[in-house]
Design a protein. Sequence first.
Lengths: 882, 283
Amino acid sequence: MSLAGKLLTGILCLLLCFPLKVSGWDWQTRVTVVVKDQPLRVVCEILEKGYGIHFSYSRELVDLSRKVTVTAHQQRLKSLLEQLFAPDDIRFTRVGEQLVLQQIKRSTRTISGYVQDGVSGEKLPGATIYAPTLKQGTTTNQYGFFSLTTVKDTNSLIVSYVGYEPALLPVDGQANRILLVPLQPLASLQEVVVSGTDKTKIQDQTQMSKVHLPLAAVQSMPKLLGEADVMRTLQSMPGVGGGMDGAGGLHVRGGSPDQNLILMDGTPVFNFSHFFGVYSLLNAEVVKSADLYKGAFPARFGGRLSSVVDISLKDGDMRHYHGDVAIGMISAKFNVEGPIVKDKTSFIVSARRSYPDLLYNATLRTDGEFGKGGAFYAYFYDVNAKINHIFSPKDRIYLSLYKGEDNLLIKSVPDSIIPDAIGRMTESSRFQLGWGNTIGGLRWNHIYNTRLFSNVSLNYSQYAFRTEYEFKYKLPASEQVSDLYGKYFSRMKNIGLKADFDFRPSPSHAVRFGGAVTAHYFRPGLMNLSDKGSTSVIPLDTAKNWLNIRGTEMLLYLEDDWRLGENLYANLGVHASGFAVEGRFYQSLQPRLGLRYMLPRNWAVKASYTHMNQYIHLLSSAGTSLPTDIWVPSTQRVAPMLSRQVAAGIAKTSMNNAFEFTLEGYYKTMYNMIEYANNSTAIDQPLERWDENVVIGKGWSYGGEAMIKKQKGATTGWIGYTLAWSTRQFPDINKGRIFPYKYDHRHDVEIVLTQKIGKRWEASASWHYTTGAPLTLPVASYHGAGTASPWDPGSGVDVGIDRYDGRYNYRAADVHRLDVGITYSKQKKRWRKSWNLSVYNVYNQKNPFLYYMKRDGDEKQRYLSKVTVMPILPSITYSIKF
Amino acid sequence: MRSFFVYGILLAILLSACEERVNIQLKYEGDKIVVNSLLQPDSVAYVRITRSVPANVYDESGFAEIGNAQVTLLQNGVAMSPLQQQTIKGRNYFVSKEKVANGNNYTINVTAAGLTPVTAQDTLPPAPVASDPVAKRSSTRIVFTLKDRPGAADYYRLRVFAYGPDNLPDTMRNFRLDPAFNNNLIDVITNTHYPSLIIDDTRFDGKTVNFVLETEHPINAPRMMIEVSSLTCSGFKYFRTVDMQTRNGGVLITEPFTVFTNVRNGYGIVAGINSQRLEFSTE
């Protein structure tokens, strides 16, 4: 074409509003294309119309449906085409004036290995491995293992994890090898991120209703009496409520604390608290991370209705010895870890003990208080030990032990025997109370090949509660001598064998499967009391009031994280379980379904439907978790509990990953829940017939949760809001009418902020607000009867009786509280010291702990009285890390 | 040392609970008739009629009586002679002319102006078979024998009285089952004694048992009395739930205990009771 012709064509193009149209093209032709979220096919059409580039391809073989966003101004044609077609493995060739598109049949390869801390060798669960050009990635499992099948000519992967420098991983020639990917920790204070799985964008996970909590998030929260606490941090998440003020029970989406499966390195824990629920069982320093599942339960979990808390503990530094020592207002603790054989075997040991009783004994206790032979102790302690050994690149073994207890001992041996007010001469008395967990685990990780990983574990978990009492006294006037000895003992334990497999057959599938067998031993309520004094007393009965039951639970599961299409993903699973107890066998087949659909602008729509089954029940009459609570298996009358939960929501991460937003709604039904019938309690009923004293009912929980998080920069934190309803219905309670759950809170707001101030300071604040819990108050009072005749002995005594009409006719006061903390850290040559000052309940809000109807004899009034137990509580913690 | 004091103060803040009055308007079901009558075989019936009040009313002198109430006592559905109002020890009672007897069903109907009429009924229990009370002076133990009926659900109330200077059993003594006898560690730990004991025969059905009671204070009176009362099922439920509500003290950590009533459209209790009193001298 002549120059004039080109000019003419150009003028025509201008007239026809095709500014850059040319009659011919080559690879250097500059093109301009601007589209948003359009299929590749549309881009081809634009190039065809605008530049006369005719595309030739088979629609059956070449898929141009992938949506793309292109902003190309005067870009070379070839570079644009490469950019467009490379991710889909489409080859383009010029044949005459046509561009022929062909699908390249490319082979894949699998890259697998562990992601670990570059300094300590600690494995990192939830780290992200990502191929940016392919927009394809995976995350490490809870043992730090990953397997990614990708196209063969992928050059490099990006590996990232919270608090670590992202690393570029060259993968040329790395196929069929087990890689160890070290990540270097960030030098500054750790960035606090609480998210789906760290830097994996939340919209890129099919899993919903999950919160990932790394150690940094727990440590950055303001402390209660100097203690960072896992459970307290989880309570600040939407959908998770605490129990009574100051107590640490978890009420997840309207479920009760017994419906939470708490796993410590895969081993279930019966009672996860010290000091009546104020503190968690674990020293936070040994926690690597914690995952909370509120719904959309993966098939690998089962056995509880409402939540799973999966806690991973540190494995121990493979290269260097280091540790930390800290002292707070309540407890002192230490943590030491290091290699036994460098890069082969490591250990970690940590211990914690509360010390107020030691201070009391050293400073305040007087000699006469308990006598010279007396003693007083009131403390909790926990000890963790773990050994981790690498046998080969494919085999690794972990042995972990935990022992934690709460103990109280009051022993009195008066130096001189003086009669008390009623003439009783006490020779000695001893009261001992204790409860705690003993947990052990042996795990073997094995990599069969780059696509198949397994974890086989042997678990032991025991919870025991015991009380002993001795009382020796005499009444000289009557020569009555009493030598009482009694004890009460309860024990529940599990021994389990579990095998989990992680299989990545193709880029579109991540399959997990496995099975487990667990033996449950229930031996609650063993009590006896005898008097070896002068007069022998024959007990009223010798009937046993305790149980000794064994049950066996078995399960199989299969789940697949499946990429169904360009924008559609599914997590399909099934959990089959059975429970054999006392000649009966219960079984259940629990479907687990999760779906994710990607919308434009990085929005993901998620939905899930899950069944959960629970074969064991907690007998609790206080409405909150107590050390005396007893676990019992399902019986002929009380069938296993069952829940069904459906959830739907949206999720998005902002373009720069700074903000993350989730909005979820859920509806959960619960069946075969138990509650003590009106006027029955765990204490006054024979344990053997516990199932005759409970009523069986249903529960419903529904609501919505919204959360926005800032996870980058000097200021991080989150704002969470929960709108929830939780109700129950039992045939003999509240006249069979539906009533709210004891901890039904309509609105709940949580604001948590952490601010870095320079290199050495970090400030944090959390504000919690929740609407009042239901409360039952009397609707009348009336006179009671005492004797048949007014002439009878004991007549004329007034008995006032309160009339209650159903449950929960009031709401307690709203609860709100601000906690703040500030940490100063300074790096010395060999160690790092830090001071933390925290203030719990800064504005001294008098939140209700309990209510009661007070009869005030002085004022001659009767009124509702509120008791508050947690006022403003400042605390200081000093710690050294070396 | 200073740090110890600071620590001690902070710990004291934690442990010392703060309490305050909550000013709320308590709901009120409205005035209702309260009927209280425990029917003792071979005795006239005493019926006390009072009026319910809002829960925040503090009334030390007793609840307001309904003097103009119409009270009818029926034996097996047949009206007995009209009840007479009597004031005994400053209180108003409706008293029957005839005695009530075992083997009958009794119904009490009450009407009063402006209030919903109420009705309640019950039977009378058989007499308990208790004997051989023994107690040593200055000790805290009392022993007696109770023979339970086999195969029948029996319910009992026990009370202990000491004789005063007027030689009357006028002082109620707090007590409990001896912890070793009851084989109950919780009793020892809580170390509480109560003015009455409500118990069913689940643990000793059909047996003759030597009951061992432990009084709160050593026995110093020369004479004592144990009152052993058989109760009907309604009476047992009533006394047991009253006992539980009283022991709970209105603390709303656990759910409050609802007191049993068999008075339809009202409150209170109409129940049979059959008391046997074992009087004895202490050794």
